[in-house]
Design a binder for this molecule. Sequence first.
Ligand code: HEC
Length: 163
Amino acid sequence: MRKGEKIIVVAMLASVGLLAWMKEKKSSIDDDNLDVPFYSTATKEVTDRAAKTMHDIGCRKCHSLWGVRDLSQAVPAPALDGMGMFRDEEWLYTYFSAENPQEILPSRLKPEYRMPSLASLSEEERRNLANYMANLKLHDWFFQEAKEARYEKLTGKDYQPDD
Ligand code: HEC
């Protein structure tokens, strides 16, 4: 083997080793995440913008997100975690743009607890928020539990399997 060939062989072995190491590392990260039922497929840019909008509006006064909500409030709104499993981006954009969101999704709650209109946000902010929410996902093993909890929050009734 000439010197140049040796270098190529060594480089190839090193990259195979590196790929194996990265694969191993990735699978251990996935395993750790099995305890956390939620995940997001949104880009960092979309996430950062949405975080600012959500902070300004105070979505956590009523909703939980990443399992966290404002503990001083007790509005029985559905969790936002995994929203992309229940609503698509277009639906979310339309809902956030409505002057009266209850025309799209009726409320069972007192007016002050209901979903407020986000129509005064800029179109870009509403699109960004819809994209972020559509990218909030749940692991399969948590889906049924989340679906039942959401049903109970939205209707105030026990979950009915045929609904
Ligand atoms: C004053 C309480 C309140 C605030 C603040 C609020 N929401 Fe809501 N939201 C609700 C309630 C309650 C519902 C259920 C429908 C209803 O009763 O109006 C709801 C419904 C929703 C839904 C549809 C849920 C589903 O399961 O289909 C989405 C999505 C949503 N809100 C997102 C947001 C986002 C994002 C923010 C912040 C930018 C926000 N909400 C701020 C109370 C609130």
